[in-house]
Design a protein around this ligand. Sequence first.
Ligand code: PNS
Length: 166
Amino acid sequence: MTRDRPVVAVYPGSFDPITKGHEDVVRRSLRLADRVVIAVAHTATQEKGSLFSVEQRLALLEEVFQGEERIECRSFRGLLVDLAREVEARFVIRGLRAVSDFEYEFQMAQMNRELWSGVETVFLTPDQKYSFLSASLVREVARLGGDISRFVPEPVLREMEALFRE
Ligand code: PNS
């Protein structure tokens, strides 16, 4: 494999909000790539039922990874493969927590390959202690007054506590 340019990975998702599971996957992906672009997707369906706006999610990601020179946070519209091409990504990172994630992830990876074969999808598993964790469960637990401090990075906890205090 030639290393004439830095290896860039894109880690796309909704990140509503970023959880400790996502954070763990990002830190693992830094072992594979020189630079990781965390990309928050703008999609109409996701935005309707979302907790945080894309701008808020991005601000939280930036706070969580501040000082990490190899990490860039941004949002994107349209196809993931177009973003991957734009940032010259060698691969797309997706987290796989359990077999139940596999079918959807496999379908997306295959579709992305059909759309553009220039990027590979790499699946990373988070630490076992986060294998049950999802942003949707975190939102539900927080809405119902449960303790989410073990599941989300500190800036997210602060914002969610503020949101649900209102
Ligand atoms: O965190 P999520 O909601 O599982 O992330 C899904 C995401 C954003 C990665 C996926 O919906 C996506 O790639 N959206 C961009 C639009 C696109 O390229 N769709 C075709 C993918 S097969």
